[in-house]
Design a protein around this ligand. Sequence first.
Ligand SMILES: Nc1ncnc2c1ncn2[C@@H]1O[C@H](COP(=O)(O)OP(=O)(O)OP(=O)(O)O)[C@@H](O)[C@H]1O
Ligand SMILES: [Mg+2]
Length: 267
Amino acid sequence: MGPEGNGNTNAVGETDVLEPRVPDGNVLDVLGLRKTYESEGVPVRALRGVDFVMEPGEFVAVMGPSGCGKSTLLNLVAGLDTPTDGEISVAGESLVGKDENDLARMRRRHIGIVFQFFNLLEGMSVLENVTLPAIIAGMPRRQAETRARDLLDLLGLADKARNAPGVLSGGQRQRLAIARALANKPTLVLADEPTGALDSAGGLEVLELFRRLHAGGQAILMVTHDQKVADAAGRIVRMRDGRIDDGTEEDMSVTITESITSTTWEP
Ligand SMILES: Nc1ncnc2c1ncn2[C@@H]1O[C@H](COP(=O)(O)OP(=O)(O)OP(=O)(O)O)[C@@H](O)[C@H]1O
Ligand SMILES: [Mg+2]
């Protein structure tokens, strides 16, 4: 067995299959993170100095108005884009300054990503969708397939293994996307509005699954617009205008609004 103890056991128990990578220190360290996009020559300051830490096993929901920088934050943590300034470390390993190959290697090792619109490989079977990430990460095919079957089993999709993703319901498609995200036992699962494209039943399925992962010690960073979804998390982080909103400015605006309302608008 390798130094990370990743070998599958024969007995398929939930803890064996879902067991996440748990680092000694923090799962995530974000310090002074800034991202400025250029849009037709105009700078768009999507992140304006974000500091944020996640400990092992934490389930954090990120909320905030459209355009406040939530997806930008997730993409930077995933190493899918590079920051303008600041530091990001996943499991103590810095992402900043790494080239594409090293970022891809880190992503395979540490990150599982779940998108709003699933991003499944439609030309492949359900099983292949979950097997592929582990094969790309260097796991032998037989072992990758065994792990994929175990994951599909636990996520209630075992009977769909040979189907194309197209036959699945929305909730099932997102569960498949989550199975794929778990293929390499990630340190951190990132999810950008994972219930955003689902009806309420599908949303509940996915939410229940996230709860189970969290109970199994999986660190999860999830963006959502839905307060009920956010309530499943252990901590809610609010963002506004490219920053973490610690409530101080909001308190002031609430006070001002209240005083205006009470003095001017009261009937
Ligand atoms: N590739 C890009 N080029 C230029 N501007 C961008 C790019 N990506 C995002 N932005 C801008 O950066 C800001 C933050 O965008 P982001 O997608 O992070 O917001 P969000 O909080 O995820 O919003 P939503 O809730 O609508 O998904 C927005 O003003 C957006 O227009
Ligand atoms: Mg977004």
